[in-house]
Design a protein around this ligand. Structure first.
Ligand code: PLP
Length: 399
């Protein structure tokens, strides 16, 4: 099997597995004042301290994953209803956000907030001036992701934070970034980006599934709408996942220790794949600039392309039959009917957007893996592309 879906979930780092197993033996509740509880609390705090150090300071709040981290930020907006007498607190997000931001923003709009969605350019980037233009006197939060999980495009978050704050003037504004596809994959220090909050997830970097974090600027706290035992300074009540936290810290340390060398190899692989795709008849890269070798625009770990009008899900199914694991859109949205939002927000028509396929690599991906994928695309796709263009299924397949 060739695994090229690391952005959906990454193979475990050995150090994360052993750290999580060791911490799992600490069975006590970290809130318990007895020695067993204190041992669990010490392991939790150790993981928090190590993650904080890797992020350049600030506060780490453990959550069940980035979906929850994102929703904590967005739900906090509802708490401002009382402040803005008679007016609706507002949130600004982009059309290319992961559904845990985009759809959550729509959810809080249904609960009484105002939600503005900013589009991206055809290069896949959200423009700081468009975010600033969407900020009005009632905006209390702006959430723009750092690396898009479908296209890999790196967003100008530092400029966006600056522009949004200057549009807000003296008013208090929470600037949040979903940094899931950035942390331990590209250099990241949320404090120097100028954001107040950043969402992280362990399983995208070889840590355990079901653990994530919300990084908060020092001294910052979020109002949370869930009550409970007051854990995580009240921001995320519920008994903490000590084993998950230990595995998360170990995975992050392992990945960051090798980041420079790993990212250089990933860049070479992404360039090899993009160059070869650009030469394949019918192939399109998203964003197109990637075909010209503009890799600085994008994370080296994600390449998005398609063979319109061949639906991406057909490519994914055929690749799976060859033992190659790739994705169409994000894995989290594969339960939903609409999987075209991100490419449509970049200005593509629906048919082109439906063709998108995502290849995401990791530290152990080899040139041979990329070459096997290219061989499959060259050899197996041609009849399906002809059929898709003509509207009929090829013999021996559903198209
Ligand atoms: N944000 C982005 C950009 C993602 O890629 C994902 C996962 O696909 C998430 C959030 C959700 O992360 P988690 O699985 O930790 O809830």
């Amino acid at each position: 099997m060739i695994y090229l879906d690391w952005a959906a979930s990454a193979p475990s780092e050995p150090a994360a597995l052993s750290a999580a197993a060791e911490a799992a033996a600490l069975h006590a509740n970290p809130s318990s004042p007895h020695p067993a509880g204190r041992a669990a609390a010490a392991a939790l705090e150790d993981a928090r301290r190590r993650l904080g150090a890797l992020l350049g300071g600030g506060r780490v709040v453990f959550t069940s994953g980035a979906t929850e981290s994102n929703s904590l930020v967005l739900l906090s907006v509802l708490d401002r209803t009382r402040e803005a007498a008679g007016r609706r607190p507002g949130v600004v997000v982009s059309g290319i956000e992961h559904s845990s931001v985009h759809d959550q923003a729509e959810r809080i709009a249904a609960l009484g907030a105002a939600c503005r969605v900013v589009r991206a350019g055809s290069d896949g980037r959200v423009r700081p001036d468009e975010v600033a233009a969407a900020v009005d006197r009632d905006t209390v939060a702006v959430s723009i992701m750092l690396v898009n999980n479908e296209t890999g495009v790196v967003q100008p978050v530092a400029e966006i934070a600056r522009a949004a704050r200057s549009a807000a003037g003296q008013r208090r504004l929470i600037v949040h970034t979903d940094a899931v596809q950035a942390f331990a994959k590209i250099p990241l220090e949320p404090g120097s980006l100028g954001v107040d909050a950043a969402s992280l997830s362990a399983h995208k970097i070889g840590g355990p599934r079901g653990i994530g974090a919300l990084w908060l600027r020092g001294g910052m706290a979020l109002p949370v709408l869930a009550a409970g035992g007051g854990q995580e300074r009240g921001m995320r009540p519920g008994t903490e996942n000590v084993a998950g936290a230990a595995g998360f810290a170990a995975a992050a340390e392992a990945r960051l220790a090798r980041l420079v060398a790993d990212a250089a190899r990933a860049r070479d692989l992404a360039a090899r794949l993009s160059r070869s795709l650009a030469a394949l008849p019918g192939a399109r890269l998203f964003p197109a600039a990637r075909a010209d070798g503009e890799t600085d625009l994008c994370s080296p770990w994600i390449v998005c392309f398609g063979f319109p009008p061949l639906p991406g899900e057909v490519v994914v199914r055929l690749a799976g039959e060859r033992g190659i694991c790739i994705a169409s859109g994000s894995a989290c949205s594969s339960h939903k009917r609409i999987r075209t939002r991100v490419l449509e927000a970049m200005g593509h028509d629906r048919r082109t957007a439906l063709s998108a396929v995502r290849v995401s690599t990791g530290p152990s991906t080899s040139e041979a893996d990329i070459d096997a994928l290219l061989e499959f695309l060259r050899a197996d796709l041609a009849p399906h592309m002809a059929a898709a263009a003509g509207g009929s299924p090829p013999r021996g397949g559903r198209g």
